[in-house]
Structures are given as structure tokens and as C-alpha cells.
Design a protein around this ligand. Structure first.
Ligand SMILES: NC(=O)c1ccc[n+]([C@@H]2O[C@H](COP(=O)([O-])OP(=O)(O)OC[C@H]3O[C@@H](n4cnc5c(N)ncnc54)[C@H](OP(=O)(O)O)[C@@H]3O)[C@@H](O)[C@H]2O)c1
Length: 313
């Protein structure tokens, strides 16, 4: 079978398509023919070697987090899906292997694909959708009608956050550059701040949730924009939000948190429900055939993508 192999750590040229052996599945595993995937910034960070302390150091290795596809075979203990089911999901981002013709997953990493999405659309949703599902319903437990700031509202996680916030009837302030103002309004942002023209921290508004999707700010910088019980959540784990914040949160009404997406079949099923109810829909800026995966990574690394970059198989 064909799979994308990282031959070294470094720029996108180290991604190659190679023939690898088709694995045998275990009794708790599911073998999926991959039809769609996507490029997430974390895939580029793994490739660059920025997160070796989590991803490991060994190369050559496989890569990729998101997948959609068709179940080929299931192990005898698998109950949640069967052969021929159309599915989607994510594997662990730092050790992923989803850029391949086939992958082996476990039941916590799979759910039936939303019926109203094709394989390309479904293949871009799992990682960003789960991140935002876990942010809104587990990390921050956002209430209906909250005031929300989304820094980076036009990107992969940002555009899903806007739509989930909209479904909760939140008042949404979104930050993006001039070129994305109309797009941001079109997906539901109520107040757009153009970071090229305005200081986003100088506004008088106060937020129940400040979601820093770009993670170019700190809690200290954004704290004054929070309501008394407001929460600042960063998309990038740091010493501050992992180690210090849980202690300082005990004595402050304002909270400093991080989101760290994990595969979760129950969350994936709930995400599927939100998609099928028409509450969220992915924007896909461009689809690359898997043979052009290196170009897809270069595109993602511009940091300017609106919505998602899809990979087709
Ligand atoms: N912790 C987790 O579990 C988790 C999960 C998913 C993602 N992440 C991380 O979260 C970050 C964002 O992910 P993503 O998928 O949304 O990335 P992305 O799709 O590459 O984000 C691109 C978007 O960011 C916007 N942007 C760039 N600079 C900005 C700035 N200074 N202010 C506001 N917006 C800006 C761009 O809008 P303009 O072109 O208008 O500038 C563009 O639309 C990445 O670092 C990723 O690794 C973490």
C-alpha cells in the first residue's frame, strides 16, 4: 500500500510517497481505506521536528492526523463499526499515520461519517472539530448567549469555533486580517477586528471567553478584556497554561486554560450530530491530491489559510 513517509526532519521536501507493507489488524482494531485527510499545523510541526519531545525522534516515519474513509475490515472485538461503513476520525496528532492509502485505528478514534459531507469535507473535520467541541463543551463549558472573542477566526480551528459559538447564540468578536473580513462576517462573526489596523486588546468589550486560536498573546496581556468570571483559553500548551495556571486559577475568578485535542469517539459522534444538524460546515480553501502533499504543507505554513487544506486519495 502507498503511504507518505517523512524521510528526515526538515522542510516539506522530506515527504515522499513510498510502498509500505499492509499491516495485519489486531482483534480490537479497524482497517480503513482512506479517502480524505487534511493538513493541520501540528503535522508541519511534527515534520519540522519542533515537537520531538512528544512525537519521538525516529525517522523514517509516517505522518498525518485526520482521515475519512471506508471500513475494510474489523477485528473480532470491534462493535461500533462494520465493513463498508463510511467513517471519519483522528489518530493521535503527534504520532499520526493518516496520510496513507489505509490506516489501522481503534474504536476511540472512529465514528460514522456525517451523512451530509462527502469524504473530502469529512476528512478535514475531525481534528479541528474535536478541538472546538472539547473547548466549548469540556474545557470552557460555554453558556448560551456568552460574549466570545476568537483571535484567528478565519483559520482551521477559528472558523469552526465561530460556527459552534453561533449555534449557542453567542455574541462573537473575531480577529483576522483585512482580506478575511467579509468571510468572517459570512460565517457568523458579529464584530470583526482587523489586526492589521487595530490593537485587539484596546477595545472596551469584555468577554466571557477569549479563545486565542493563534496563540500570539498571553493571559497577562488579555486578562483585562475578560468579564469577572471570564476565561482565556490558548490553543498552544505552554509552561504557564499547563503548570502555573491550574494553581493560580484556584485564587482567581478569571481563568487561564489551554485546549489539547484528544481522539474521542463520543465527542466525534456529537460533532457528527452538529454537522448533520447544519450547525457547522467546513470551508476548504484548496484540495491537494496526496501526491502533492509537500505543496500542501508549504501552503499551510504560510499561516494564511482560510478554513482548511484537504488531501484527496
Ligand atoms: N491544542 C490543540 O489541541 C490544537 C488543535 C488544533 C490546532 N492547534 C494550534 O492552533 C493554531 C491554529 O491552528 P489552525 O488550524 O487554526 O491554523 P491555520 O488554519 O493555519 O490558521 C490560519 C489563520 O490564522 C489567521 N492568522 C494568522 N495570523 C494572525 C494574527 N496575528 N491574528 C489573527 N489571525 C491570524 C489567518 O488569518 P489572516 O490570513 O487573516 O491573518 C488564517 O486564516 C496552530 O498553532 C495549531 O497547531 C492546537
Amino acid at each position: 500500500m502507498k503511504a507518505v513517509i517523512m524521510t528526515a526532519y526538515g522542510n516539506a521536501s522530506c515527504l515522499e510517497i513510498q510502498d509500505v507493507e499492509k499491516p495485519m489488524i489486531g482483534e480490537n482494531e479497524i482497517f480503513v481505506r482512506v479517502m480524505g485527510s487534511s493538513v493541520n499545523p501540528v503535522d508541519c510541526k511534527v515534520r519540522q521536528g519542533d515537537v520531538k519531545f512528544i512525537s519521538g525522534r525516529k525517522v523514517p516515519r509516517r505522518i498525518g492526523s485526520d482521515y475519512s474513509g471506508i471500513v475494510e475490515e474489523v477485528g473480532r472485538n470491534v462493535k461500533s463499526v462494520k465493513s463498508e461503513d463510511e467513517v471519519f476520525g483522528m489518530v493521535r496528532a503527534f504520532t499520526g499515520d493518516a496520510y496513507a492509502e489505509f490506516i489501522t485505528v481503534t474504536e476511540d478514534q472512529i465514528a460514522l461519517k456525517p451523512k451530509n459531507l462527502n469524504f473530502i469535507e469529512a476528512g478535514v473535520m475531525p481534528l479541528v472539530g474535536l478541538t472546538i467541541y472539547q473547548l466549548f463543551f469540556e474545557v470552557a463549558r460555554v453558556s448560551y448567549g456568552s460574549k466570545i472573542m476568537i483571535n484567528g477566526c478565519s483559520g482551521g480551528i477559528g472558523h469552526i469555533a465561530v460556527q459552534v459559538a453561533k449555534s449557542l447564540n453567542c455574541d462573537i468578536t473575531g480577529v483576522c486580517s483585512t482580506k478575511n473580513i467579509e468571510y468572517a462576517k459570512s460565517i457568523g462573526v458579529n464584530h470583526v477586528i482587523d489586526y492589521l489596523k487595530e490593537n485587539i486588546l484596546a477595545h472596551e468589550s469584555r468577554y466571557d471567553l477569549f479563545f486565542d486560536a493563534v496563540a500570539n498573546l498571553t493571559y497577562k496581556q488579555a486578562k483585562h478584556t475578560l468579564t469577572l468570571k471570564g476565561q482565556y483559553v490558548s490553543s498552544i500548551p505552554s509552561f504557564q497554561n499547563m503548570i502555573l495556571a491550574p494553581i493560580l486559577n484556584l485564587i482567581s475568578t478569571k481563568k487561564h486554560k489551554k485546549v489539547w485535542v484528544m481522539p474521542d469517539a463520543k465527542n466525534l459522534k456529537a460533532l457528527c450530530g452538529l454537522i448533520e444538524d447544519g450547525k457547522i460546515f467546513p470551508t476548504i480553501e484548496r484540495i491537494y491530491p496526496i501526491e502533492e502533499v509537500a505543496d500542501a504543507h508549504r501552503h499551510s505554513e504560510t499561516g494564511r489559510v482560510v478554513g482548511k487544506i484537504a488531501l484527496s486519495f
